[in-house]
Structure formats: C-alpha cells, structure tokens
Design a protein around this ligand. Structure first.
Ligand SMILES: Nc1ncnc2c1ncn2[C@@H]1O[C@H](COP(=O)(O)OP(=O)(O)OP(=O)(O)O)[C@@H](O)[C@H]1O
Length: 633
C-alpha cells in the first residue's frame, strides 16, 4: 500500500501512458492504484454521474445495515468534527460501496454532491472505477486515493482516505472514508479512518457476540479497549475473531473459524470464565486473557437496559438530557416539529441526531442543513433544489435539494434563525403544504418528513425585532426543548467522567483523580460540550499510558479559572455579579481568546472549543453595535 502522494505530474504521466497510449500502469504508481486501474478497465470513462437511488430504497438499504450504522455512529460523530475543521466530509458505506451516511463540512458537501459523492450512490470500483471507498473494499486494506489516481476524470479534484470494516468472520461490512479536496486529505486522515474502523469492528463484534467472549492482549492494560484481541466462542466453536486476534495468533479467518475451542484453548477452557488467565501463543509467548459470558442480544442484561431507555439513548442512563429526549420523541412521532434551543456547543445537533435515531423515522435519512454557514445566495437552491438548466455554468444539472432528500426521514435545520426573511415565506409554505417547488419551475414534488430545528438565539425576540416571521416560529416550535448549558447540568461530574473515558482515557487506562474532576466540573465551559470534548482529548493525548490525571495535568486556564473562582469575568463586566448575563460572559471569553491568540480566529475557536462561525457571529455582532453607536453619536 502506498500512502505517500506522488507528485501530480508523475500521476499525469502515468495516466497518459495508461489511458491514452493503452500501456500497463507505470511502475511508479502505487501497486494498489495499478491493480485498481486494471480492474476498472470495464468502467466507461465518459459515464455521467449517477443520480442517488430513490429514498425509499435507500431507507431499506440503511435498515439492512442498521447494526453497522448504530455501531459506527460514535465514530461518525467524532470524525465529523475533524472533517468540519478541515473542509472535508466523513462517509460510511455498506459492503457494496453504497453511501449510507455523509456528514461534514458545509463548504465541501455541495462539491461532493456535484460528483455524486452522496448518500444513495454506490462507489464500488464497478461503478466509479478507482476510488478510496471502492478500492479499500476491493483491496480489503486502508488506503488513500488522491487526485488523478481516481479512475474517472471528474473525480480528479478529490482526495480520499478509506478503511474497510470487517465482521468477526472476515466478511466486509462497509467502509469509513474521509474525503475532501486533494490537498486536505493526508496520512493523518488515513490514520483516523483506520482507527475508527477498528473501533466500529470492536463494537459490532461485542454487539453480535453470543456465548463466550475471550479478550486478550500482550499488554494487559489494553484488555477492555478497542485494541484488544477478541474471540467469540459459541456452541464450543470459535465463531468470530477480530483482526488483532488474527495477528496475535498468526492465523487467517479461514484457519481459525469453526475450530473446536478445546483444540485451541484446552479442554478446561470453560473454567476461564470471569478469570484473568494466560494464553500461550504460537512460539510459546504467554499473554493475558479474560473470558466473559457475552450479553447476547435478547439476554436479560440487554433486555433490561432496553426497557429503560429508548433506542438511540443507550449511552445516556445518567444523563440530564434523557427525559427531554423521551418527551421530544413522543411529540416528533406525532408529526409535531421540535425546536432545540441551547447555547453554542451544548449538543443541539447531537441531541437532534439521537432524537432521529429514537424516532419513528429512524430508518429514514437524517438531513442536516446549517443555515448559518450557507451563503444567503445558496440557501434557497440548497433547500429547495433546482431544475436542469435553472442556472448556467457548473450547476446546469438539476439538484433535488435537501428538503426532498429528507423524504421519509428527518430534516434538521440548524441555526434556523439565520434563514433570510425572504426565504421564510417559502419555507413556511413547504412546511404547510409538504410540496417542494424547485427553482426554475417544474412540477411540485410531495415530501414527507419530520422537522427538527435548532437555534442558540431567541426566536420570540427576533420576531419582535421583525427579523423572523411569527407564523414560521409557531410552525417550527411546535415543541420546544431547552438544552442546559454544561455549567448548569446536574449530571456534569458523571458526564465529564464518561467523556474522559470515551475520549481515549479508557484506551490509555488513565485514572481521572477526584481533584481534577472537581476542577473540570467547576469550570464554566463557555464552549459547552464542544469545549469539554476538545479539552479532554488534549488532556488524554498529553498523558502517558496508565497515568493518574491530576489537577496539574489540566490546561492552565482551567486551573486559573478555578483558582480565581469566578472573580475575573464578573468584575470586568459589571460591579454586581448578580446582574452578569451569560451572554456577557461568553462575549468576554471570546474577546479574551481572540486577544490571547493575536486575533487568529481559527486558534481562538480551537482554544474555546467552539466552531469558527461562533467567533464570526460575535465579531459581526460587535461590528453591528459599533456601527449603531457611531450612528447615534
Ligand atoms: N452527549 C454528548 N456526548 C458526547 N459528546 C457530545 C455530546 N453532546 C455534544 N457533544 C459534542 O460536542 C460538540 C458540539 O455538539 P453539537 O454540534 O451537537 O452542539 P451544538 O449545540 O449544535 O453546537 P453549535 O451551536 O455550535 O451548532 C460535538 O463535538 C459533539 O460531538
């Protein structure tokens, strides 16, 4: 597998030899690209980009891949953050290369759609020639396909890194991919998808395991993490194994599966249950193992858990948000629109995705539109789509639009308050009539979806100020959910402890000391969950395997904030802490971060754990106020 990018003139020369002169692949091209170009020969290079399959059909295929989708959701969410920050998208495909889910940068999503890199399109080599998803599935290896290495000319501006996902029996389950413009995708992206695929495999194996699960690793501290070896024994035979297990035993799936466990582990293997013991590897090396009876689907353990939490809320037992989620599911399932309100980074999108996953539309698509990040000129076509020939130039071909894509599922309008007034009337009509009229005329198309909107703003105040239509507000805010900011959550100790483990703390066997937990819980977290997550990732990254994480290992600004115990901000904002508004604290924190980072917006956003758009909004707000005070003076 070549992971280094060839200079583009090397690829151009190889294309000239292969495609125009009909020679074999040039020797300087990576072997997996050479093999893939050869396999792709039957693909018509003049083919036009396919339309996505009908939504009903896609829903069926997603249902078929439900286990994969559920097990991959945490990785998709985690990778999405990387993707948004890097102008990329994250894609999950099934084993045939059909794109089931795509999330990421609002800048890149429309570009991806233009080359049919979107849900409902199959990116197998048979359909799209050499490409990271199809080629990773064909080669059964994680790999990158960059620029001109793509078989089809129209994909020459893409850079993609993909890793296949295997079942415990060596069958392909799907692929995870990060795609963006060529220069944006690199070794780091490849490492991320490779690791994420391993996590998904681990979760899927445990979710599917019946009988006994044998966990092992040469380093005992890694038992219980996604890097452990896993073997499932059902009916006395080895029913499944992960890739770490194959590597440790130097066997392939064919050599290992269906062997009698006695031949492999000795006649006394059932006595290993719930005990730490040693397993001898080929060559005599002994490694630590733990054998557990698995919680098979339908076993009392899982059945009990299911009774308490609706699907999609499984990780949230000790979670302030669960009661809100349960009520929201009920109303959404009755066709009532849900409006999620909360500060930036409080988890509005995560909540909305969980709501979709727990709702009657869970098998349908979840189509997210960030109204704040789309330029005003694009929102209309993005939402309502356009007919062939509605525009000149690159957008000659028609586009269904995001509302139609949500048919059968959930449409999520993030930052709904940012929808321009002129478009609000049009959106209201679609919500009332459930018919979309694409730009450029043509027939209206009936759509059926549930609606979730989110905003960090105050819609009634915007209505008052004449910036938001009252009738649209009543339509979208059928049921309001107000997400608590992190600093006000009563479950924040448990939440921080859980996220610490999920952010890699468990994988590195770190222990979060109680003084450190107290500092984390006492901090204000102006960037809410987003800031918490990125802070925890940094803390975990800087710790060594097995460390006890103490206060000293936390970022300085957290310790300082704790030490000055709320003195600084209130005194700067107002003489009376009682009158301090949360928004003032937020603005103050943003100004501080900007000053500390020399007004580098990306750096300040990273420091606060907020999206860049939050800082832009803040600056726009300040400009607006300055203009206003200039006018009245
Ligand atoms: N319950 C949760 N568990 C783990 N991580 C979470 C949770 N809720 C939110 N996050 C993380 O916090 C970050 C922000 O979440 P999200 O995008 O949902 O917030 P938001 O309120 O929609 O933000 P914005 O106002 O900026 O659009 C994401 O990285 C997300 O993965």
């Amino acid at each position: 597998m070549s992971e280094a990018q060839l200079p583009s003139d090397g690829v151009e020369q190889a294309r000239e030899l292969f495609f125009r002169q009909g020679r074999g692949p040039a020797p300087w091209i990576a072997p997996h690209i050479s093999r893939s170009w050869q396999r792709s020969r039957p693909v018509d290079r003049q083919c036009i980009d396919p339309e996505p399959m009908a939504l009903a059909r896609l829903s069926e295929r997603r249902e078929h891949a439900r286990r994969l989708l559920n097990c991959a959701q945490p990785e998709l969410d985690g990778l999405a953050e990387h993707a948004v920050g890097n102008g990329c998208v994250v894609i999950l495909s099934d084993a045939s290369g059909l794109i089931l889910e795509e999330i990421g940068s609002p800048d890149f999503l429309p570009k991806a759609e233009r080359v049919a890199l979107q849900p409902g399109v199959e990116w197998s080599e048979n359909h799209r020639g050499t490409n990271a998803i199809g080629t990773a599935l064909a080669e059964r290896e994680a790999l990158m396909v960059l620029g001109g290495e793509h078989y089809l000319v129209q994909n020459g501006a893409l850079g993609c890194a993909a890793a296949p996902i295997f079942t415990g029996r060596g069958e392909l389950a799907g692929a995870l991919d990060i795609s963006g413009e060529t220069a944006r995708v690199n070794q780091h992206a490849l490492g991320l998808v490779r690791m994420a695929a391993q996590q998904v495999e681990h979760r899927m194996m445990l979710a599917e395991a019946g009988g006994h699960v044998l966990r092992f690793h040469a380093r005992p501290s890694l038992i219980g993490t996604a890097r452990e070896g896993l073997m499932v024994i059902e009916g006395g035979r080895i029913a499944a194994a992960n890739r770490v297990a194959l590597e440790l035993f130097g066997r392939s799936w064919e050599d290992l599966l269906d062997l009698d466990a006695r031949d492999f582990l000795g006649a006394n293997w059932p006595r290993m249950e719930d005990r730490r013991s040693l397993l001898t590897l080929p060559g005599g090396r002994q490694i630590a193992t733990v054998m557990e009876r698995s919680a098979t689907p339908g076993s009392p353990r899982t059945a009990n858990r299911r009774m308490h939490a609706p699907e999609g809320t499984a990780t949230a037992e000790a979670d302030d948000v669960v009661p809100l989620l349960e009520r929201a599911v009920r109303v959404l399932n009755e066709g009532v629109s849900v409006l999620v309100n909360g500060e930036t980074g409080s988890g509005k999108e995560v909540f909305s995705r969980r709501l979709h996953a727990a709702s009657r539309r869970k098998t349908g698509p979840f189509v997210a539109v960030d109204c704040a990040s789309l330029p005003e000129t694009l929102i209309e076509s993005e939402l309502f789509g356009y007919e062939d020939g509605a525009f000149t130039g690159a957008r000659r071909k028609g586009m269904a639009g995001r509302i139609r894509q949500a048919h059968g599922g959930v449409l999520f309008l993030d930052e709904i308050a940012e929808i321009p007034l002129a478009l609000q009337t049009r959106l209201l009509r679609v919500l009332e009539e459930r018919v979309v009229m694409p730009l450029g005329g043509g027939q209206g198309v009936a759509v059926d979806f549930d609606l979730i909107c989110a905003t960090h703003g105050n819609l009634p105040a915007l209505v008052e100020a004449g910036r938001f239509r009252a009738d649209l507000m009543y339509r979208v805010a059928g049921f309001g959910v107000c997400l608590p900011s992190l600093g006000r959550r009563s479950d924040r100790h448990a939440l921080i402890a859980r996220l610490f483990l999920e952010s890699g703390g468990a994988a590195k066997h770190l222990q979060l000391e109680s003084d450190a937990l107290e500092v984390l819980a006492a901090y204000r977290w102006p960037g809410n969950m987003r800031e918490l997550r990125s802070t925890l990732r940094v803390v975990v990254a800087l710790a060594d395997m097995g460390d006890a994480v103490t206060t000293e290992m936390l970022p300085e600004h957290l310790r300082d904030a704790c030490a000055t115990s709320n003195e600084e901000y209130p005194s700067r904002i107002s003489a009376s802490p009682a009158t301090v508004q949360l928004t003032d604290i937020k603005r103050c924190a943003i100004d501080d971060a900007l000053n500390a980072c020399d007004h580098d917006i990306a750096n300040a956003a990273r420091r606060l754990g907020v999206h860049r758009s939050t800082i832009y909004r803040h600056l726009a707000h300040r400009r607006h106020k300055q203009d206003y005070s200039r006018q009245i003076n």
